[in-house]
Design a protein around this ligand. Structure first.
Ligand code: THU
Length: 126
């Protein structure tokens, strides 16, 4: 199992998910091989919950990383990134491989472009 996938699985242990009990871990790999993790962080005001993918991405950006080569997401049952995360992944990563995992390892491999066909992005603002 790759370190990226291992980190995504391990990040589930850090999730704060008292309302859904659906723990999600994510891990991003930079072009230089640095791996940055994230987990979902729920809030009693449900819409303020932050998904694992966006936690990883925002942590990475805030630490000065901006070039990413792969993303792994781990849930109990191999769930895929939500629509909001797909938009943010596309905006911040462009087209990269996305590894969807369950608690034991890789379930499927896709790409951020496949997850978000016909994206809205900065090109539409020109
Ligand atoms: N969740 C994520 O962390 N990532 C996704 O892409 C889908 C959903 C979280 C949000 C919430 O804490 C829990 O999973 C149930 O929706």
């Amino acid at each position: 199992m790759t370190k990226l996938i291992q980190t995504a699985i391990q990040m589930r242990d850090k999730a704060r998910a008292p309302y859904s009990n659906y723990k999600v871990g994510a891990a991003l790999e930079t072009v230089n091989g640095k791996i940055i993790g994230g987990c979902n962080i729920e809030n009693s005001s449900f819409s303020l919950t932050n998904c694992a993918e966006r936690t990883a991405l925002f942590t990475a950006i805030s630490e000065g990383y901006s070039d990413f080569k792969a993303l792994a997401v781990s849930t109990d049952n191999g769930g895929s990134p939500c629509g909001a995360c797909r938009q943010v992944i596309w905006e911040l990563c462009g087209d990269i491989p996305v590894y969807i995992c369950d608690a034991d390892g890789l379930v499927s491999e896709t790409t951020s472009a496949a997850l978000l066909p016909k994206p809205f992005d900065e090109l539409k603002l020109k």
